[in-house]
Write a protein that binds this ligand. Structure first.
Ligand code: UDP
Ligand code: MG
Length: 319
């Protein structure tokens, strides 16, 4: 009797990776060939609107390799959306998401596969060490993960990125979530199921540099926080309560000093200004915070598709 091999889909977001792609493909292919006796596989590359030679290279590779599927976006839609598109198109019994810059070593995939066979529905990579990242990135990442866990309602594992294996049940649940402010690692936590943390050493980029500048990181951080929590709003109302209580105390104190020593109440320019500036600051901050949430509601209500596909290659291949 022949047993049916499970199928693995490997999803790779690609954005200006022409210098890394050939090397990445060789390493990934090598790993998948080693696994060939245990699993069938497809390699889904999502070109997130890069205009270098990445897409050409992918087209070339797909000519000689039946396992390659390529999705070309009409423009850049962002890392999280690229991953979403790959997952949407995946046929496998399990899906592995891996960055195309060789920071996530493909050699870890067999370990993830083994844990999946043990029954875990999600196996996520936790970065033991992160080579070649700037001190700034390391510090912001540390602060961010701790903040988000304090602020949001789902628990996010520390130092886990998007490098992970997900079972079909998790993938189906994930595909049914169409919200635009995507924070996939949070959504995967939210979905639940037994999850396993697999630690690995994160390498430095093979070539090129990170596409996440401070602006993109901040947006990503806000997506993560606002997508899973309204605690910031509650904090701002708590601040409001605190200010109200303080101002009542001030009122009583002011009236009291007016009655006891009427001549000395003209002073107080400094304290007045401090109070005005402080309140002004808190008000602007709270309005800005409200704006963040409202902006996200606004984007969400338009119900636009998450991405636009310009071309698909290799999806009709049968082996
Ligand atoms: N990427 C993408 N769209 C983007 C930015 C990045 O598909 O708008 C891809 C990129 O090609 C890489 C992965 O996402 O495979 C991670 O990007 P990057 O290395 O720039 O992020 P970092 O590792 O610094 O967080
Ligand atoms: Mg990277």
């Amino acid at each position: 009797m022949t047993t049916v091999l499970p199928m693995l889909s490997i999803v790779v977001p690609i954005y200006f990776e022409e210098d890394t792609l050939p090397q990445f493909y060789d390493r990934l292919k090598g790993v998948m060939e080693q696994l060939a006796s245990a699993a069938k596989y497809e390699l889904i590359f999502v070109n997130d609107g890069s205009t270098d030679r990445s897409l050409d290279l992918l087209r070339q590779l797909s000519r000689d390799d039946n396992s390659i599927r390529v999705i070309g976006f009409s423009r850049n839609f962002g890392h999280q959306v690229a991953i979403t598109a790959g997952i949407d198109h995946a046929q496998g019994d399990a899906v592995v998401v891996i960055d195309g810059d060789l920071q996530d070593p493909p050699e870890v995939i067999p370990e993830m596969f083994a844990k999946w066979q043990d029954g875990y529905k999600v196996v996520y990579g936790v970065r033991n060490s992160r080579k070649g990242e700037s001190a700034f990135k390391l510090i912001t990442a540390r602060v961010f993960y701790r903040c988000i866990n304090y602020l949001s309602d789902v628990h996010l594992p520390l130092d886990a990125g998007d490098f992970r294996l997900m079972d079909r049940v998790v993938v189906d649940a994930l595909c049914s979530i169409r919200e635009e402010n995507r924070y996939i690692r949070g959504l995967v936590s939210w979905v639940g199921f037994p999850q396993f943390a697999l630690s690995y050493d994160r390498d430095s980029r093979y070539a090129g540099e990170t596409k996440f500048n401070l602006r993109k990181m901040l947006k990503f951080a806000f997506d993560g926080i606002t997508g899973f929590s309204d605690r910031p709003l509650r904090i701002s109302s708590k601040l409001g309560i605190l200010c109200t209580i303080t101002s009542f105390a001030m009122i009583i104190w002011l009236i009291y000093s007016k009655i006891t020593s009427p001549s000395s109440t003209i002073q107080g320019w400094t304290s007045l200004l401090v109070v005005v500036l402080f309140l002004g600051g808190i008000q602007l901050l709270s309005i800005g915070l409200l704006g963040e949430y409202i902006g996200r509601i606004h984007r969400e209500t338009k119900k636009r598709p998450l991405y636009v596909v310009a071309e698909k290659i290799g999806f009709n291949n049968v082996d």
